[in-house]
Design a protein around this ligand. Structure first.
Ligand SMILES: Nc1ncnc2c1ncn2[C@@H]1O[C@H](COP(=O)(O)OP(=O)(O)OP(=O)(O)O)[C@@H](O)[C@H]1O
Ligand code: SF4
Ligand SMILES: [Mg+2]
Length: 365
């Protein structure tokens, strides 16, 4: 199976401006800082991680809605970052985005028809009225909405229906890739499954490729073929969905998974617990070496000096960015009490790297 998307060493750094006219760059927010991943055509790549770790920026950088600072993006064999003007516009149609909150991404003053036609016009796909009507109706049908929805406005729909409109707006252009940024997080739990199933069905019938961003591991597992775990601007682990749940290798992944409740009480009682403590360090001032070291119960002195690369762990294809993944898995390296470091000195008081006592409910296997 071929790859539709290949991202290599992608970086998106936002300058931090200062001065009276904001003309001085005093630093950068390293929102995405060296991400490489590939997405197979027709598959779903799920991206998880804490708030602020750079998931949305990665999705937006991939579509060039924000201009990357560095790296290459290959879409269906074409170097997207080298495209400009008309050629980029033609590519844009093939890569669409679905947002978290349909209410804020849909203009409340526009009817559904006008929302959908807008995209068609922008891409010169609005040729004649009859064709467009046909296209709108079949798109709405594919997302489970009646043709009568065309004359209504976003506020006349429920949250789930509005997300269907958001999906229809992307679909009407006939894209190959959809980047769905937290597509169900704003919805009631009872509605989430319906929208996830809709995305699944559309993928099957239209052969779509997805990059789905979510912080909810249950959602991501259900929908993803491959999952990438992001921490402070880069991937720390990547595996097939089943493999990741069966054998999480990176301490951060283990912490994330241990926070997801398992419905079976027998499994729930026996399972490892790892409480992640300390806040996510600032992406403007990331820790040296391994970025997870300030919260990692296994960190060693090497972790301060050397940033681990995302390496292939074994022939399962699982990739992990940890110097000690083998020793942690075998139990050779024992966890220690973590004391999360406050890596960003308090600017006002000048108090430096203060230590916050932390807790880990260990041992782990
Ligand atoms: N346009 C911007 N200018 C400056 N900083 C930005 C900009 N967009 C995002 N950031 C910063 O980049 C970092 C990553 O943000 P991003 O929105 O990608 O995270 P996220 O993983 O999507 O978080 P969430 O789960 O809350 O949506 C954050 O520190 C954020 O404040
Ligand atoms: S490299 Fe070190 S600090 Fe980073 S996850 Fe592995 S053991 Fe922890
Ligand atoms: Mg986001």
């Amino acid at each position: 199976m071929s790859f539709l998307v290949e991202i290599d060493d992608l970086k998106v750094h936002f300058p931090i401006k200062s001065g009276l006219l904001f003309d001085r760059t005093v630093g950068y927010v390293y929102a995405v800082d060296g991400v490489s991943l590939k997405i197979k055509r027709g598959e779903t790549y799920g991206l998880v991680g804490e708030s602020g770790c750079g998931k949305s920026t990665l999705g937006r950088g991939l579509l060039r809605l924000v201009e990357p600072t560095h790296g290459t993006i290959t879409f269906d064999g074409t170097d997207v970052r080298s495209l400009a003007g008309e050629r980029m516009r033609l590519f844009r149609r093939r890569m669409q985005m679905v947002f978290q909150d349909p209410m804020s991404s849909l203009d409340p003053r526009q009817s559904v028809e006008s929302l959908l036609v807008e995209g068609l016009k922008a891409h010169d796909l609005h040729k004649n009225k009859a064709d467009t009507q046909q296209r709108l109706r079949s798109t709405l049908d594919s997302v489970g909405l009646p043709a009568s929805a065309l004359n209504k406005y976003p506020h006349e729909f429920s949250g789930g229906q509005r997300q269907r409109i958001g999906i229809a707006r992307a679909l009407v252009l006939g894209p190959e890739l959809i980047v769905a940024d937290e597509p169900v997080s704003a919805l009631d739990v009872s509605i989430q499954a319906q929208v996830v199933n809709l995305l699944d069905d559309l993928q099957e019938s239209l052969g779509l490729t997805y990059l789905v961003i979510a912080h909810d591991l249950a959602v991501i597992r259900h929908i993803s073929d491959t999952i990438g775990v992001m921490y402070l601007g880069s991937l720390v682990e990547e595996a097939s969905a089943d493999q990741l749940y069966e054998r999480p290798l990176h301490p951060y992944t283990r912490a994330l998974l241990s926070a997801v409740p398992i419905p079976d009480p027998r499994v729930e009682d026996r399972r490892e617990r790892m409480l992640l403590v300390g806040d996510l360090p600032s992406p403007a001032n990331p820790p040296s070496g391994c970025r997870f070291r300030t919260r990692c119960p296994w960190s060693q002195s090497r972790c301060t000096e050397e940033r681990p690369s995302l390496r292939t762990f074994d022939d399962s294809g699982q990739r992990v960015a940890c110097h000690f993944a083998e020793q942690i898995l075998s139990g050779e390296l024992k966890p220690h009490e973590v004391r999360a470091e406050l890596v960003r000195p308090d600017v006002d008081t000048g108090v430096g790297a203060e230590l916050i006592p932390t807790r880990t409910d260990l041992p782990l296997p």
